[in-house]
Design a protein around this ligand. Structure first.
Ligand SMILES: Nc1ncnc2c1ncn2[C@@H]1O[C@H](COP(=O)(O)OP(=O)(O)OP(=O)(O)O)[C@@H](O)[C@H]1O
Ligand SMILES: [Mg+2]
Length: 452
C-alpha cells in the first residue's frame, strides 16, 4: 500500500472540514436537538416545538417563534464559521449566548439532508434553503410564520460508520428527552413540546418559576419537597432547589447544574454538592438537586469543550466555597424534619405491595439470572435481553427498599428521640447535628454521627 507523504500538506475541502467538526459535536440525534434548541433560545423564542421520527434517525424538526432570519441570513446560516453572535475577539471572552462558534448548522448539514424555513417580523414572507450532504440549494421565497423551522432528515446518511453506532429508537429518544429536559430546566419562561411519530410526549407550558418546571418534568411530589437556596455574593449568584436526603437516587443523573442558562457538568460543583449532603445519606446514594449559577461571562470560559458541556471558571475555589456555603447554610436553616414528614408518612399499601412484588420478582429471577448474566453474548438459551430485565428488577428493588428504609428510619428517629441518633448511623432528620459533629471532629469524617 502506498504511504502518504507526511510532508505533503493539503488544505482540506470545506465539506470534509465540516464533517470533521460534526464528528466532535454531532454524536447522535440528541446532539442535533441540543444545537437546534440552543439556536431557538438564542433567537428569543417563547415557544419551541420539537418533532422527531424514529428516534430522530429519520427526522428532527425544531420550530421556534423567535426573531427569524432575513433572506441574506438564511443564505449564510449553513456556511462554515457563520454566526451572528460574535463580532470580535473580545466577545469570545464574554459569551452571553448559547452558541458562538458558527459551526453547528454547517456541521449538521454536512452529515444530513437539512432545510431551513425562516421569516422575520419585518419580512413580507419567509425564505427557505436546503442542504443535501453539504450541497446548498438556492434561497427561495416561501410562506412561513415569523420564526424558524429547521428540519434535519436522515442523519449520517453519508457517514455509514456513524449511522451504525446509532442505538434503538427508544434509546435515542431517551437521549433526546434528556437534552430537551436540560434546556427546559434552564428556561422555564419558554413553552416546549416534544412529539415522536406525531404523538406528543412532552408538553411544558411556560412556568411561573423553576419549581413549576421541575414539577412538569419530574412530578409534583418531588417539586414539593424541594428546599430553595439563594445567595448573591462575591460575583456568584446561586439559586438551588435541593431535594431532601431521603429522596436520593442510585446515580447522579438527577443532578442538574446550570451556568448562565447553560447545562454544564463540573467536578467542582459536583464535589460541593456531595459535600453538602455528606453524612445525610448513604455514601452510595446521590442527591437530587437543581443548581443554577449566574456569573459575569468574563469570569468563565465556555469555549473549552466541543459540545460546551464543560466550562473553566477563572476562580473555581470561590465558586466551590460559595456553592458549598450557600447550600450548607440552607440545610442548617431549613426544616428538614418537616420536609421528611411529607415523605415519611407510613408507606401506603400500594408502596408496600410494590416492594413485596419487587422482592418476589427478584427472588423468582435468581436461579436463572446467574447463568444468564453474560452480557453481550447470546445466552445458550437465547435470552439475550433477559439479563437486562433482571438487572432492572434488582435496581428497582434496591430503589424501593432504600426508599422504604429511609422512610421507616426517619419516622422512627423523629418519633423516638427527635435527634436522629437511634440505632442507625445517620439520618436526614438531624442535619444540624451532623454538621456540628462533623465540624467538631478533628480527624476527618467518620460515618458514625451518633454517640456510641
Ligand atoms: N432558530 C434560529 N433563529 C434565528 N437565527 C438562527 C436560528 N438558527 C440559526 N440561526 C442563525 O444562524 C447562525 C448559525 O447558527 P449555528 O448554530 O451554526 O451557529 P451559532 O449558533 O452562531 O454558533 P454554534 O456553532 O456555537 O452553535 C446563528 O449565528 C444565527 O444567526
Ligand atoms: Mg448554534
Amino acid at each position: 500500500m502506498e504511504q502518504s507523504n507526511p510532508s505533503n500538506i493539503r488544505v482540506l475541502p470545506n465539506l470534509l472540514v465540516n464533517k470533521i467538526a460534526a464528528g466532535e459535536v454531532i454524536e447522535r440525534p440528541a446532539s442535533v436537538v441540543k444545537e437546534l434548541l440552543e439556536n431557538a433560545v438564542d433567537a428569543g423564542a417563547k415557544r419551541i416545538d420539537v418533532a422527531v421520527e424514529d428516534g430522530g434517525k429519520k427526522l428532527i424538526q425544531v420550530t421556534d417563534d423567535g426573531v427569524g432570519m432575513s433572506k441574506e441570513n438564511v443564505a449564510l446560516a449553513f456556511a462554515q464559521h457563520a454566526t451572528s453572535k460574535l463580532n470580535d475577539e473580545e466577545d469570545l471572552f464574554a459569551i452571553r449566548t448559547m452558541g458562538f462558534r458558527g459551526e453547528a448548522l454547517a456541521s449538521i448539514a454536512s452529515v444530513s439532508r437539512s432545510k431551513i424555513v425562516s421569516r422575520t417580523a419585518q419580512g413580507q414572507g419567509g425564505y427557505e434553503v436546503s442542504m443535501d450532504g453539504g450541497k446548498q440549494s438556492e434561497v427561495k421565497p416561501t410562506a412561513a410564520p415569523v420564526g424558524t423551522t429547521v428540519g434535519v432528515r436522515e442523519l449520517f446518511f453519508n457517514v455509514p460508520a456513524r449511522r451504525k453506532f446509532l442505538r434503538s429508537t427508544t434509546t435515542e429518544m431517551a437521549h433526546i428527552t434528556e437534552q430537551l429536559t436540560r434546556v427546559a430546566l434552564a428556561y422555564s419562561n419558554i413553552h416546549f413540546t416534544l412529539s415522536h411519530g406525531g404523538r406528543k410526549s412532552l408538553e411544558l407550558p411556560v412556568s411561573q418559576n423553576l419549581q413549576g418546571r421541575v414539577a412538569e418534568l419530574f412530578g409534583e411530589e418531588l417539586a414539593q419537597t424541594l428546599i430553595e437556596a439563594n445567595s448573591n455574593e462575591r460575583g456568584v449568584k446561586i439559586k438551588a432547589l435541593l431535594a431532601p436526603p431521603g429522596m436520593s437516587k442510585t446515580s447522579g443523573k438527577w443532578q442538574y447544574f446550570f451556568l448562565n442558562g447553560r447545562y454544564i457538568r463540573d467536578r467542582v460543583l459536583s464535589h460541593a454538592l456531595r459535600e453538602t449532603y455528606r453524612g445525610l445519606m448513604e455514601p452510595s446514594r446521590f442527591p437530587v438537586a437543581f443548581v443554577y449559577l449566574e456569573m459575569a461571562p468574563e469570569v468563565v470560559d465556555v469555549n473549552v469543550h466541543p459540545t460546551k458541556i464543560e466550562v473553566r471558571f477563572r476562580d473555581s475555589h470561590t465558586v466551590h466555597s460559595q456553592v458549598l456555603g450557600t447550600l450548607r447554610e440552607t440545610f442548617l436553616k431549613s426544616d428538614l424534619v418537616g420536609k421528611m414528614h411529607i415523605e415519611q408518612n407510613r408507606p401506603t399499601y400500594e408502596q408496600e405491595h410494590r416492594v413485596r412484588q419487587a422482592v418476589a420478582d427478584y427472588i423468582k429471577s435468581q436461579p436463572v439470572s446467574q447463568e444468564r448474566l453474560n452480557y453481550g453474548q447470546k445466552g445458550r438459551s437465547g435470552y439475550s435481553s433477559r439479563p437486562g430485565q433482571i438487572k432492572q428488577n434488582g435496581e428497582k428493588l434496591r430503589e424501593e427498599l432504600n426508599e422504604l428504609f429511609l422512610r421507616t428510619r426517619s419516622s422512627e428517629n423523629v418519633n423516638k428521640s427527635g435527634t436522629g441518633c437511634g440505632s442507625l448511623r445517620e439520618t436526614p432528620a438531624n442535619t444540624q447535628d451532623i454538621y456540628r459533629k462533623r465540624n467538631n471532629r478533628r480527624n476527618g469524617y467518620s460515618r458514625s454521627t451518633c454517640p456510641a
